[in-house]
Design a protein around this ligand. Sequence first.
Ligand code: BGC
Length: 446
Amino acid sequence: MLDRDLNLGDETLNRMMRVMEVEMKHGLSGNEKFRKQSSLKMLVTYVREVLDGTEEGEFLALDLGGTNFRVLHMTMKAGKLVYFISKTYSISSSTLHGSAVEVFDYIAECIAEFVEEEGIQNEKRLPLGFTFSFPLKKEGLRKGILMKWNKTFRCSDGIGEDVVCLLEDAIHKRGDINVEVVAILNDTTGTLMAGAYIDHHCQIGLIIGTGCNVCYVEHLENVDKWRELIIHPKEVIINTEWGAFGDNGSLDFLKTEVDRCIDKNSPHPGINTFEKLFSGMFMGELLRHYMLENIRNGSLFSGRGENVLEKTGTIKTSHISQIEKDFFNLNQTRKFLREIGLLEDASPSDVAAVRLISELITIRAAKIISTGLAVLLHQINKPTVTIAVDGSLYKYHPTLKHLIQEELNKLVPGTKTKLILAEDGSGHGAGYVAAVVNRLDKRRIH
Ligand code: BGC
């Protein structure tokens, strides 16, 4: 029953591929009707070049996307990062729930403190790149309209406003910060840029963390909805926002009863369908639901333990990463069961069953992610492609990366693919984008 539910066969995955191909095409279409139908928003990032090894200068970067906010100072010489320092600032819950102006005033205050500590407040105007990991409708490299707040942010306003203007207003109001916001980007774009710094075959930036999203380098001729500027380079990074893939019902065929239940009880039902199938915010929940189901039908713990697992959030995604470390014995699975108070009810076959459920959830995640990546690899159509990945689930899950790589080798045998960890892609990437913009500006002036 469980195996049939979670074990996605080739036919289902092929169907997912075909749906994704159509939705991507629609998302990039010049026809508004098609774009509206698609759950893949395929947002044009306006970032069209990665580092070419000639970038020079000093840059600031901001990274906002969760409970913490970071400021970075980076220096580049001949395209190499020669100096780097960063500072993390926590954001109080009153700011998270206040007005957008309060958020940006706080960001400006942190930048002012940082540049003073770094002794760069009186230097020439520093170019600044801003990673802002919320859904943004980009209207230019330095213009992004906030579509919605999510994650821990519950601000009362700001939606429909240009985030760069909000930041600049807060900076100008203070009068003690000499920076120029040259680009705003999503964390996937930052990760792709950081990946390209390590490996010039990098064409995809992937985040597998609390949420999941991917961006890739697209040929301009495929971007029907953006036809203004067909000059070299004929490529642009597209932020797919694939966390929302399936929000129009197009992936209902692969959802299980448990997926439907998780969605119904989530903070935002009907939204971020794809993300809910495997991302860090939901993997633990998948295990909890499948364990509950098996307790209720009497096949796990002789039907005992329902009360322990009734509460949402009892099982964390980090528990799956822990269980998946068990290769030769089931010590980690037992440790997990002890932690949540279920070891006493568990027979050896119960322990093995919990390990199996966790493995099936992991394998399904790997299959779904690699099937999506395979569609992008076909679209990119290059012989060698490196995929830069960041995010806590990817970093701490012991087998997910290997399973994704294995699946990719099967799905796209004609492309040499490699997954690389682009640690802190979102922070570094913002600085790299600022460096590229600065290089292009200089080229234009001279
Ligand atoms: C956001 C994306 C972001 C992803 C990973 C999603 O919830 O909508 O913009 O890239 O999380 O952080």
